[in-house]
Design a binder for this molecule. Structure first.
Ligand SMILES: C[S@@+](CC[C@H](N)C(=O)[O-])C[C@H]1O[C@@H](n2cnc3c(N)ncnc32)[C@H](O)[C@@H]1O
Length: 209
């Protein structure tokens, strides 16, 4: 889907410019021009970006958690929602060079104060995060979806929304995603549906009894 086929919901020009910059760099990357040698964006894309943006901005002062910052494309969509709704994003990335690039881009978009960038292994960092979280985007390595979910579940606020990416394609053999979907759907209080948006999003809402 072309990047201009979705609106952004944002009227902020720096957000628009940052988004255009990402789309240009991602297109160049496909032509063999990497931003950082050996690393790829693997970004959620404009449709899924729009989806998480509109969901997160509908929440009051959302405390947003992102697993898998990469170059910050999805972080930009989330941070724009955080600004609109008075919230904040905490984003986790294993690779420090990618996180640094993301921080630079979000700064240029005027969104630096909306994001806390954490570098390291999500499975090590997550137990130390207090939460609660109102919105979680899960988009790091697929075998980590389930163990991350198990750590995050007790930190979810009532009514929290989870969006997991690459649930239909784009993430290996699908075993990690299948294990995640099965666990989410078996969790009491969790409603969940697979959306054919982008590479597939498992969208879930947690309302414990
Ligand atoms: C699919 S990419 C994320 C794309 C990003 N959400 C976007 O849309 O722009 C997955 C990212 O997860 C990161 N990652 C992999 N294992 C991780 C871990 N254990 N903890 C934190 N991040 C991890 C990778 O380095 C990679 O940048």
């Amino acid at each position: 889907m072309p990047a201009d086929a979705v609106g952004t919901g944002s009227t902020d020009q720096r957000m628009q410019r940052a988004l255009e910059g990402y789309h240009a760099r991602i297109a160049a990357e496909r032509e063999g021009v990497p931003v950082i040698e050996g690393h790829r964006h693997m970004a959620i894309g404009p449709e899924t970006g729009q989806l998480v943006n509109l969901l997160a901005r509908a929440l009051p002062r959302p405390r947003i958690l992102e697993l898998g910052t990469s170059f910050g494309y999805s972080t930009l969509w989330l941070a724009d929602a955080a600004r609109a709704a008075g919230g904040h994003v905490t984003t986790l990335e294993l690779e420090s060079a990618k996180s640094a690039h993301a921080e630079e881009q979000l700064g240029a978009a005027g969104l630096a104060d909306r994001v806390t960038f954490l570098v390291g292994d999500a499975l090590q960092i997550l137990p130390g995060l207090a939460g609660p979280f109102d919105f979680v985007l899960i988009d790091h390595w697929k075998d980590l979806y389930l163990p991350s979910f198990e750590i995050v579940l007790p930190k979810l606020a009532p009514g929290a929304i989870l969006a997991a990416d690459n649930m239909i394609r784009g993430g290996g053999d699908g075993a990690g995603q299948a294990a995640y979907a099965a666990a989410v759907r078996a969790t009491p209080g969790m409603s969940s549906v697979l959306l054919p948006v982008g590479t597939g999003v498992e969208l879930s809402r947690y309302l414990p009894g």
